[in-house]
Design a protein around this ligand. Structure first.
Ligand SMILES: [Zn+2]
Length: 398
């Protein structure tokens, strides 16, 4: 096709497509755009497009348009979502205006393809990834905002090479998501919040800065939790959960770090904490494997080991028979995007009579909280010893 022909074709499509869309000529079998959300944080803005079905993005499906060559930056990022119908719902776009993004638009690019356009005000770099259960396209745009220059948290020294100062404490579930429900209606979300608040206090008493991802019975999506953690510039991420099992006798404490090697492991716990069926874990693991998590992995393992052994010691001072289920790995969404050492503690089984009684007890909650804080403190000491061993402190290591 000659260039002019192609242009003519494009012009025809542009003219005809809105007419077809307006006429409701929707081809059968397409998925829908369910929701579009954005979050603005100091170092970046996150766009999440929720879809009614999974999409597989072609490897070259992400294109930047450098419209403003003088400014040396792209004007927008766009990508096409195959087999998705948006119709005219988001034609006018979703204004953002946060000094980094102008806004987000979605349009029916062909009858079987929806185009997602992110209009930029500033730009440094971006990343795009897909998640399932529910299906989401996530676009993170990094850059310093117009009108305010803040440190990009992803540009910091890697975990293990910077001082451990700010701890993100993440009480699992909350709001519309109760988590597991156990003996006599004990709700995981309540246990998680109570212990997390105590952990926060104990950490503050040890001189740490603490950010809670929720401090009440609020609903928080997993991507919101990680975004809070990353934008706050946390050094350590501690997610607090309680376990559940169909076997009423199952009890004990286990601690998780992110699996980096796509191993086979405790899929039930990971499925529950991710809020997705076990069958959906494979694509999630592949998404995890494609992201860089190696550098924080060994630090997370060290952190998890220290926290876990402390917690077990404390728990057994209250109940000698408490089983130690060990430190394990799993594909936990809430752990994988953090640019910081992270772990998830399953503090006990709400479905077990003994564990549930312990988890309800204020004294036991305080014991666990103190031991988690102590473990984080030990990790801080180890990191600082490591820094000292490298000579002239964090700046000199780079
Ligand atoms: Zn949980």
């Amino acid at each position: 096709m000659k260039r002019t022909d192609r242009r003519l074709c494009l012009a025809l499509v542009l003219v005809l497509l809105p007419l077809l869309v307006a006429a409701g000529e929707r081809p059968p079998g397409l998925g829908d755009v369910r929701d579009v959300r954005t979050w603005s944080y100091p170092g970046y803005t996150r766009v999440v497009v929720e879809l009614s079905r999974d999409v597989r993005l072609p490897p070259d499906g992400i294109v930047r348009l450098a419209a403003n060559r003088a400014a040396g930056r792209p004007e927008r990022i766009y990508l096409d979502l195959p087999e998705i119908w948006v119709g005219i719902r988001y034609d006018r776009g979703l204004p953002v205006g946060d000094g980094l993004l102008k806004g987000v638009r979605l349009g029916q690019n062909t009858l079987r393809t929806t185009r997602l356009v992110v209009d930029l005000e500033r730009y440094d770099r971006h990343r795009v990834f897909t998640l399932e259960g529910p299906s989401r396209i996530v676009v993170d745009v990094y850059g310093s905002r117009k009108g305010g220059v803040r440190e990009d948290p992803s540009g910091r020294l890697p975990a293990g090479l910077r001082r451990v100062q700010k701890i993100i404490v993440d009480p699992g579930h909350g709001g519309a998501d109760p988590g597991a429900t156990g003996v006599a209606g004990l709700r995981e979300k309540d246990v998680n919040l109570e212990i997390s608040r105590l952990v926060a206090r104990r950490l503050e008493a040890r001189g740490f800065e603490v950010v809670l991802t929720r401090d009440g019975d609020q609903t928080r999506s997993l991507e919101e939790r990680t975004a809070i953690a990353e934008s706050a510039g946390g050094d350590v991420f501690v997610s607090i959960h309680a376990n559940a099992s169909a076997r009423a006798l199952a009890r004990g404490i286990e601690t998780y770090t992110l699996d980096r090697n796509h191993e086979r492991h405790s899929l039930d716990v990971a499925a529950r904490e991710n809020g997705i069926p076990a069958a959906k874990l494979d694509p999630l693991q592949r998404a995890l494997a494609s992201l860089q998590v190696d550098e924080v992995g060994q630090h997370s393992e060290k952190l998890a080991g220290l926290v876990h052994s402390n917690v077990i010691r404390g728990a057994r001072s209250r109940d000698r028979s408490l089983p130690d289920l060990g430190v394990k790995k799993g594909p936990f969404y809430v752990l994988f995007m953090s640019s910081m050492s992270s772990l998830l503690v399953e503090t006990g089984f709400v479905t077990n009579r003994h564990d549930a009684a312990l988890l309800r007890s204020k004294a036991y909650q305080a014991e666990l909280a103190e031991r988690i804080a102590e473990g984080v403190d030990r990790y801080r000491q180890q990191v600082e010893l490591g820094l000292a061993a490298n000579g002239d402190g964090p700046r000199g290591v780079r």
